[in-house]
Ligand binder design. Structure first.
Ligand code: NAD
Ligand code: TYD
Length: 340
């Protein structure tokens, strides 16, 4: 591995991954991003001058853009983070999700294979496994849990995974798939639960909790996701799927209460709103395969990770205020006007 193409590197996890890779290797990292509403080059301003880092603006769905960057930069490894990533937006409209997440992945796979890329890693999600029963804590998603998608977002991510699998089996193209649980940490766009609640709490606004607040998510600090992807790139076997998770299940309502407590605010700010349609009840990852086979373990305990994250949002208020203006306001109005 020498020249790694990181697609979607201007987003939340991609930007954290690029910094992690630059700190832990001397690979050349080529960040290839369309810069949608979720892509922000400010996330990378501290490393933009690094001699091992290059940014190329482009669209994974566009053949010419992808051919140009893969051949021009002599790419040997592709890590695909680029996606439409928010469930609520996929409910408001799924077209862009199918286009980017499915067609974009197909385009990347095809061109990578024809250009003799020697490793392709697809960053997927635990949401492809559907929803777990709330009262059976012993049941978690394993790599052999059947794919059962309930949102347009998860359906598009699962479709991409199936294409990856097909390229491995049909063409022997060396594809790896990772499926991670919910991430949190610096640079997450404040449309997702944790940063949205931090922003609303800071501003003394109502914190909109969907349904009864008893949906469960398994939270992992973003840097631990990045280190897991690094392990899979180095030690993973082609054609395999690796689950990544924090063994850290929380009810949404308890996360919201914790954020309020850590910010010194009262629970009066909480408001229960109409539920998300098709809302998956519980996600929980069994990550024993990556732990046993590749020796990965998460380094961040949740209490440390969440305090660090809140500290980051406090310090970087101008970052989130900027991304919450403009396009974000239209989305917020559309999503929450039917719920509140
Ligand atoms: P994000 O929405 O913050 O970032 C997505 C990035 O992709 C943005 O920079 C955007 O500009 C870019 N992008 C979108 N369409 C593009 C296109 N056509 N061509 C090139 N770039 C494009 O997403 P994220 O939360 O960082 O998630 C990254 C990946 O990880 C996604 O594939 C997501 O499905 C997966 N994932 C996310 C989580 C999570 O908790 N956030 C958990 C598991 C897996
Ligand atoms: P989210 O961050 O959108 O991630 P995902 O849906 O991909 O798991 O949401 C996390 C959980 O928080 C999910 O159960 C939905 C819930 N949620 C709310 O209750 N209120 C909100 O305003 C948002 C954005 C999410």
């Amino acid at each position: 591995m020498k020249n790694i193409l990181v697609t979607g590197g201007a987003g939340f996890i991609g930007s954290n991954f690029i910094k992690f890779a630059l700190q832990n290797s001397d690979y050349n990292i080529i960040n290839f991003d369309k810069l949608t509403y979720a892509g922000n080059l400010e996330n990378l301003s501290d490393i933009s001058g690094d001699k091992h880092y290059t940014f190329v603006r482009g669209d994974i769905c566009e053949k010419e853009d992808v051919v140009k960057v893969i051949t021009g930069k002599k790419i040997d490894t592709v890590v695909n983070f680029a996606a439409e990533s928010h469930v609520d937006r996929s409910i408001l409209g799924s077209r862009e999700f199918v286009h980017t997440n499915v067609m974009g992945t197909q385009n990347l796979l095809d061109i990578s294979m024809k250009s003799d890329v020697s490793k392709y890693l697809q960053v997927s999600t635990d949401e492809v496994y559907g929803s777990l029963p709330e009262d059976m804590k012993e049941i978690k998603f394993t790599e052999s849990t059947p794919i059962t998608t309930n949102s347009p977002y998860s359906a598009s991510k699962a479709s991409a995974d199936l294409l990856c699998n097909a390229y491995y089996h049909t063409h022997k193209f060396p594809v790896l798939i990772t499926r991670c649980s919910n991430n949190y940490g610096p640079y997450q766009f404040p449309e997702k639960l944790i940063p949205l609640m931090i922003a609303k709490a800071t501003d003394g606004e109502k914190l909109p909790v969907y349904g009864d607040g008893k949906n469960v998510r398994d939270w992992l600090y973003v840097e631990d996701h990045c280190s897991a992807i690094f392990e899979v790139l180095h030690k993973g076997n082609a054609g395999e799927v690796y689950n990544i998770g924090g063994n850290n299940e929380w009810y949404n309502i308890d996360i919201v209460k914790l954020i309020l407590k850590l910010l010194g605010k009262t629970e009066e700010q909480i408001t229960y709103v109409k539920d998300r349609p098709g809302h998956d009840r519980r996600y929980a990852i069994d990550s024993s395969k990556i732990q046993k086979e590749l020796g990965w373990t998460p380094k961040h305990k949740f209490d440390e990770g969440i305090s660090k994250t809140i500290g980051w949002y406090k310090k970087n208020e101008s970052w989130w205020r900027k991304v919450m203006s403009g396009e974000y306001l239209n989305y917020y109005e559309k999503n929450y006007s039917t719920k509140l």
